[in-house]
Write a protein that binds this ligand. Structure first.
Ligand code: COA
Length: 186
């Protein structure tokens, strides 16, 4: 079982578990078409955001493979929730994980996703002692691919039409970082 000690501070951000008090700011970005465009889900109304948030509130630890750690990303200076990051424990036996992230468009373009996702890599490699962490995105999601490259992850694959999402075939990129890459980057 791995439960980080909260709150987690990076240079500008605080990462912490979600609470139901985060409903308004999370709805503020999960309802937007441009945020949902490359996700598996459609823009969410308030009821759907509440259901999603109820799940994320419980995701404050990784107890078994398949679990997801979901954290709120808060801009400390302004005290504003700017987005969410996650770490999925893909395999215990093979020590594999996956990162994910969503940023409110009003707070994009300032490096917050890079800063928060780097901390998630740290949690995966140093907290959960993973051997390899992947990041996957639609090939059309240029900002997400750019973020994975900024993190120093290596593009391992471009799968052609590997997913049928919202009635359209989607190419998928897979990026990865190994534990030894992470240690070298410190
Ligand atoms: C993917 C996503 C999180 C990327 O957000 P982002 O704001 O582009 O990423 P960052 O917060 O790291 O910001 C990077 C930008 O800020 C700039 N920046 C400014 N200060 C910076 C700093 N201190 N550190 C890094 N970048 C900085 C970078 O140059 C970059 O700008 P550019 O896009 O003009 O090159 C965002 O597009 C998003 O939430 N999309 C919708 C949800 C989604 O698709 N999630 C991924 C599913 S796979």
């Amino acid at each position: 079982m791995f439960r980080p000690s909260y709150p987690i501070h990076t240079r500008r951000l605080t990462l912490r578990p979600f609470t139901m008090g985060d409903l308004d700011p999370v709805w503020g970005y999960q309802r937007l078409p441009e945020v949902a465009e490359h996700m598996l889900w459609d823009p969410r109304d308030l009821v759907r955001v509440k259901v999603a948030l109820e799940r994320m509130v419980k995701e404050d630890r990784l107890a078994a493979e398949g679990d997801c750690l979901s954290l709120a990303v808060v801009d400390r200076e302004r005290g504003v929730l700017v987005g969410q990051v996650e770490l999925v424990w893909l395999s215990d036996r093979h020590r594999q994980g996956e990162i994910g992230y969503v940023l409110d468009p009003r707070h994009q373009g300032a490096g917050f996703a890079t800063e928060a996702a780097r901390e998630v890599l740290r949690l995966g490699f140093e907290g959960l002692r993973l051997h390899r962490i992947v990041g996957r995105c639609s090939a059309a999601n240029t900002p997400s691919a750019a973020l994975l490259e900024r993190l120093g992850m290596r593009r391992e694959a471009h799968f052609r039409q590997s997913a049928l999402v919202k009635n359209a075939w989607r190419d998928e990129l897979v990026y990865a970082m190994l534990r030894e890459d992470w240690l070298q980057s410190l």
